[in-house]
Design a protein around this ligand. Structure first.
Ligand code: PHE
Length: 357
């Protein structure tokens, strides 16, 4: 019975360790500390009881007790560090500005997908159809000289056909020599000049872009609008190629139940020329306000490239022939999405715009 005072030491230590692990707050720890390791603790009373042992027994028992105390104190300190860390986290949590909510609110700010979005959607879809048919997509300037917008297109100064386009002139250079392009046809001229310079004919390209006319906006017209021009210059091109291209495009973009038709027309830069119309998608050909009761909507013009245009850019009309077309992208959007009044495209009414975002 020599070390009888320490007979239950292991169990007592286990119990202390469990009690330490159960401490749930720093406050609890501070309150429990005297009974766990202090003067009022089991370990201290065991210490006192060693007095009754012989000197050798006391040395061994003292060493055991010291080791037991070391474990308990260590466990208590570890628990203290853990509780302190948890208290710090809780404090930081309470202080935290909840950025999660702030960021989400910022994300919810409506970004809009305004009217450019609608025309862009249409432009990209049109480009895709034409790229699928073997055309390349090209770009051209919106500010043009008189030569590109009119003269090279077979309209010398004072040509009466110039009146077909109500033109915005810029105050640059000689009066009435610099214009906001009234159509995308001048880009044809740029591309043909480049192809001649680079000796890279044949040429198959579409050219989308913004155009300007001094028009009063109405259900089918805007003063700033978009066209997509197309050009093919190759050997042996005929009007049948043009008609086939227009028809293939119409069915690919508007669907198989929309018809296209070509009506004789006049453009100084094509001969013969035609106006290109499709079934009005709003009334399916019945006649409505948007199509002025005709059942048809004019999308644009087309024709075989006039030899005078080839001459202006230095292409040999004996060797090459070609066709060109140009039609309204906004008009395509109007027909594709059945927009009764085209002015909706620029009014920025969110109820309209949101349908396309
Ligand atoms: N540029 C003409 C217009 O805007 C359309 C067109 C393009 C006609 C190409 C023939 C060939 O009215």
């Amino acid at each position: 019975m020599s070390d009888a005072p320490l007979a239950h030491l292991d169990d007592q230590v286990e119990e202390l360790l469990r009690a330490i692990a159960d401490l749930a707050s720093l406050e609890e720890l501070t309150n429990a500390e005297p009974t766990l390791v202090g003067k009022r603790s089991v370990l201290s009373s065991l210490q006192k009881s060693l007095g009754s042992l012989s000197p050798e027994e006391r040395r061994d028992a003292g060493a055991r007790l010291q080791e037991a105390r070391r474990r308990v104190v260590e466990a208590l300190e570890a628990q203290r560090r853990d509780l302190e860390a948890r208290a710090r986290v809780a404090e930081l949590d309470a202080d935290r500005l909840d950025l999660g909510d702030v960021v989400l609110d910022a994300v919810r700010v409506p970004l809009g997908a305004g009217h450019p979005g609608i025309v862009a959607i249409t432009q990209y879809a049109l480009e895709e159809v034409f790229v699928g048919m073997g055309f390349r997509v090209e770009d051209g300037p919106e500010v043009e000289s008189d030569w590109y917008n009119f003269e090279a297109l077979n309209m010398p100064p004072a040509h009466p056909a110039r009146g077909m386009w109500d033109t915005f002139y810029l105050e640059l250079g000689e009066p009435e020599t610099v214009v906001l392009r009234t159509h995308t046809s001048p880009t044809q001229i740029h591309l043909m000049e480049k192809a001649v310079a680079e000796e890279s004919l044949p040429l198959h390209a579409v050219m989308p872009g913004r155009c300007y006319r001094r028009d009063t906006p109405d259900a089918r017209h805007l003063a700033a609008f978009h066209q997509i021009e197309g050009i093919v210059v190759d050997r042996g091109i005929t009007f049948a190629d043009l008609a086939g291209t227009i028809d293939t495009f119409t069915r690919a973009y508007f669907g198989p139940d929309i018809d296209s038709r070509l009506r004789p027309g006049y453009f100084p830069f094509t001969e013969p020329s035609a106006e290109f119309e499709i079934t009005c998608t709003l009334c399916r050909g019945e006649g409505c306000r948007t199509c002025s009761q005709t059942g048809w909507i004019e999308l644009g013009g087309c024709g075989m490239i006039d030899p005078a245009v080839f001459a202006a850019v230095g292409i040999d009309a004996e060797e090459w022939s070609g066709f060109a077309f140009g039609f309204g992208i906004d008009r395509c959007a109007q027909m594709r999405y059945q927009i009764a009044d085209m002015r909706a495209l620029i009014e920025n009414d969110l109820r309209f715009v949101r349908q396309f975002s």
